[in-house]
Design a protein around this ligand. Structure first.
Ligand SMILES: CC(C)(CO)C(=O)C(=O)O
Length: 354
């Protein structure tokens, strides 16, 4: 590392996404990464990880500045302050909330970044650390840890959209407008620094005008394709296979249109999330998955979790939309059916782990 005053970043959840973004941040030469790991702790400590990315290149035996075990609820990493705490763990509030997972790290930073799927995933964190800046990011990426966590395999897709969440009104109520402006400035500055670090590491993140709208846009993909794939245990090539797609297309479009209607009802306007977004999302997936002779079968992370017997991100992807639909009185029968079926699967996964 060349920098004299390194930016200290704690990445919590060092699965494929945490490893890839931790690596890019450290490649900036300006940041040092403390990694909070679970299953890959021993491998990372002994061997490091071989990064094999079609987009970003390769590095043998990369190790973060230090690796810490998650066995003690992130306690081991809470021995210092950080410039950023970056959450790359799955959002599964029906198992543990984000504040529960971050534990003592909550008081170790003023800026948190959540790189996760789902809607409203920032809310419990904002309530737990009202004076902090909360950023979040949507990742369109295909990466996996293989060979017993020794290799990070990444293809040629990395679309990362990062943004700053408006602070909760209660967090600046006492200080009034001055406090509000100061919080916004701090958030925007943190966003600028984070984006710059990733860019310096070779990444190409985009800063969002409205990260909330971007989260709804990303959720179009997840609520349709993650749901269909998980309930049928089919990969994306199977879903897009010609005779199957005739049946699946209206189902995917129907699920996405319900998501759009809820987004509109809560105030996400056409300029932030256009009504053409479902069509664009379908076309984007079609470009990648309609020809099975090209590439390997792709499974959304929700299906990967189901097959591995791990709890899935049902609440953030579907549950949160269904709940908001109820609050604003928008009927979402397709999403409700998907949610009910996924919840039944989830109950079994959680019970098996207990
Ligand atoms: C969009 C995608 C497929 C990852 O890039 C995803 O969000 C997931 O697998 O859950």
């Amino acid at each position: 590392m060349s920098s004299e005053n390194p930016i200290d970043i704690c990445v919590v959840g060092f699965g494929a996404i945490g490893t890839l973004y931790g690596w890019l941040l450290s490649r900036s030469g300006k940041a040092r990464i403390s990694a909070v790991c679970r299953s890959n702790y021993d491998t990372l400590k002994e061997y490091g990880v071989d990064v094999e990315s079609a987009l970003y290149g390769e590095e043998k035996s990369w190790r973060p500045y230090r690796g810490k075990s998650v066995s003690n609820q992130s306690h081991e990493a809470a021995d210092r302050d950080y410039d950023f705490v970056v959450g790359c763990f799955k959002t599964i509030p029906d198992v543990a909330t984000t504040p529960e997972i971050l534990g003592p790290l909550l008081s170790r930073a003023k800026t948190f970044v959540l790189i996760q799927n789902g809607i409203g995933i920032e809310r419990d964190l904002q309530a737990a650390v009202p004076s902090a800046s909360v950023l979040s990011a949507c990742a369109w990426i295909d990466c996996t840890l293989i060979n017993n966590y020794r290799v990070l395999r990444h293809g040629d897709l990395d679309r990362l959209v990062v943004g700053f969440h408006e602070p909760l009104a209660q967090s600046y109520a006492q200080g009034g407008d001055v406090a509000k402006v100061a919080m916004k400035d701090a958030g925007n500055k943190a966003l600028e620094t984070f984006v710059h670090l990733l860019q310096s590491g070779g990444g190409a993140p985009t800063a969002a005008v409205s990260i909330v709208a971007e989260r709804w846009r990303k959720n179009l993909w997840n609520s349709a394709f993650s749901t269909l794939a998980t309930l049928s245990r089919a990969d994306l090539f199977e879903i897009y296979e010609k005779s199957a797609w005739e049946i699946n297309e209206p189902v995917a479009a129907g699920l996405m249109n319900e998501v759009i209607q809820v987004a509109r009802a809560i105030g996400i306007t056409e300029d932030l999330l256009p009504s053409t977004a479902p069509r664009d999302t379908i076309a984007f997936a079609q470009g990648s998955y309609s020809d099975s002779s090209k590439g390997k079968p792709f499974k959304p992370s929700m299906l990967v979790d189901l097959e591995a017997g791990r709890p899935m991100e049902v609440e953030g992807i579907i549950g949160a939309v269904v709940k908001q639909a109820k609050e604003v009185g928008v009927p979402v029968p397709r999403l409700e059916t998907a949610y009910a079926a996924l919840r039944l699967l989830q109950r079994r996964l959680i019970a098996a782990r207990a």
